[in-house]
Design a protein around this ligand. Structure first.
Ligand SMILES: Nc1nc2c(ncn2[C@@H]2O[C@H](COP(=O)(O)OP(=O)(O)OP(=O)(O)O)[C@@H](O)[C@H]2O)c(=O)[nH]1
Ligand SMILES: [Mg+2]
Length: 396
């Protein structure tokens, strides 16, 4: 599972990335600080089933803190993108190739209006962030368009002559971009271009590319630098975009995570408060700074960083968390670890889908599953629920 962080330059992409991963990245108040992509691991939360079973878990692919399972998600922070990047503006859009494996995108927008359309610093509130929300869809569509166009005339001709299926040819192209054949088929159906493939034309293909983005790389908006913006800015953004918008301050999240790492505060990412561990260790400036952050947390509900990640994973990608185990009585794997692995899978996945996710052999040899909560036997097409703990029995 990978989530991409995108947006125009100087909006706080790398700050968001650092806050979410605590991995190193360069941050500065000028455009194009980031050129090479940064990669790291962030975590999304889910209630750990260990309490329901009255056992203590020993996680393998994830972490468990106070009954909350933390499931890793790869995060990638790329260079800034400007409108018309596909015509070569800014750094162009070639670096979008870094986002090939991203399943969803978090579009960071500067809600405070303190950067112009190219990311150059301008006085607070002097740029309308509403102007920044839609260009990304267009740039991604053009990126996809360049991929389609590579051998399009040949594909279109062969498809019209019945020598290949355009759906299959496009699926082949887009699997390399982390877009699945069902997503490609859905986009083609929805584009409804009909007739001869050779006559789909540039406008038709661009429409198709927009739908490939919607299905294959859905976008949510992080309205960042909310600590510098008024509530009216957020209301305005919601008027001009129908995407999910989350008010956020990556800078404050980064400050909290660093203070927490340094042992100055106890802070759980995603929460609306924190505790100061040892007040005597703080300077009065640090103390004032933390109190200002606390005020933001309480009005905003949280810094918004964790919310963005979890909205992307659980709402936009519609994933659920399931726990495959080898031993349905002890809930262990071969090594005896209890509830070792948490898997993020699409809602609607079946027991057999999970088997394939664990191992191809387990999918191919699937005999039956056991729902460890109810002890009931489940068939291959049984649809899994969030929080399920499943034993898979397969031919070896
Ligand atoms: N007040 C405030 N400043 C922020 C926030 N997030 C980032 N910044 C500041 O915005 C500037 C740009 O941050 P970066 O994280 O480098 O932005 P970027 O989008 O990665 O920029 P490029 O790599 O140049 O595209 C820095 O001065 C950050 O400190 C925030 O939530 N609030
Ligand atoms: Mg950056």
């Amino acid at each position: 599972m990978e989530v991409g962080i995108v947006g125009k330059p100087n909006v706080g992409k790398s700050t968001f990335f650092m806050a979410a991963t605590l991995a190193k990245a360069e941050i500065a108040n000028y455009p194009f600080t980031t050129i090479e992509a940064n990669k790291g691991v962030a975590y999304v939360r889910s209630k750990c089933p260990h309490m329901d079973f009255g056992v203590q878990c020993t996680p393998n692919n994830s972490l468990c803190e106070d009954g909350v399972r933390q499931i890793p998600v790869e995060l990638i922070d790329v260079a800034g993108l400007v409108p018309d990047a596909h015509t070569g503006k800014g750094l162009g859009n070639r670096f979008l190739d870094d986002l090939r494996q991203a399943n969803a995108l978090i579009h960071i927008v500067d809600l405070s209006g303190s950067t112009d359309i190219e990311g150059t610093p301008v006085p607070l509130g002097s740029h309308d962030p509403g102007k920044d929300v839609d260009f990304l869809d267009r740039e991604i569509a053009h990126w996809f368009m360049s991929i389609i166009m590579k051998d399009w005339y040949k594909i279109a001709r062969q498809s019209d002559m019945g020598q290949l299926k355009v759906e299959e040819a496009l699926s082949d192209k887009f699997t390399g971009l982390g877009i699945t054949p069902p997503q490609v088929y859905a986009a083609i159906r929805e584009a409804d271009l009909g007739g001869k493939v050779a006559q789909w034309g540039d406008d038709g293909l661009l429409k198709l590319c927009g739908l490939l983005q919607k299905h294959g790389k859905p976008i949510i908006i992080a309205a960042n630098k909310a600590d510098l913006a008024g509530v009216e800015a957020l209301a305005h953004l919601s008027e001009v975009s129908d995407k999910t918008i989350i008010s956020a301050s990556a800078e404050l999240e980064l400050a909290l995570r660093r203070a927490s790492k340094a042992g100055l505060i106890e802070y759980v990412p995603g929460s609306n408060d924190f505790n100061i561990s040892s007040p005597d260790k703080l300077s009065s400036a640090q103390n004032d700074g933390l109190e200002q952050i606390r005020e933001f947390l309480q009005t905003n509900g949280s810094t918004g960083v964790q919310t963005c990640l979890e909205k992307a994973v659980y709402d936009v990608l519609d994933l659920i968390v399931v726990y495959p185990v080898e031993d349905e009585t002890h809930l262990t794997d071969k090594e005896g670890r209890i509830l070792p692995d948490a898997h993020l899978i699409p809602k609607g996945s079946t027991a057999r889908d999970l088997a394939f996710k664990v191992h191809t052999d387990l999918g191919n040899g699937f005999i039956r599953g056991i729902d460890c909560r109810t002890k009931r036997i489940i068939g291959s097409v049984h649809e899994l629920k969030d929080g399920d703990v499943i034993k898979i029995v397969a031919k070896t």
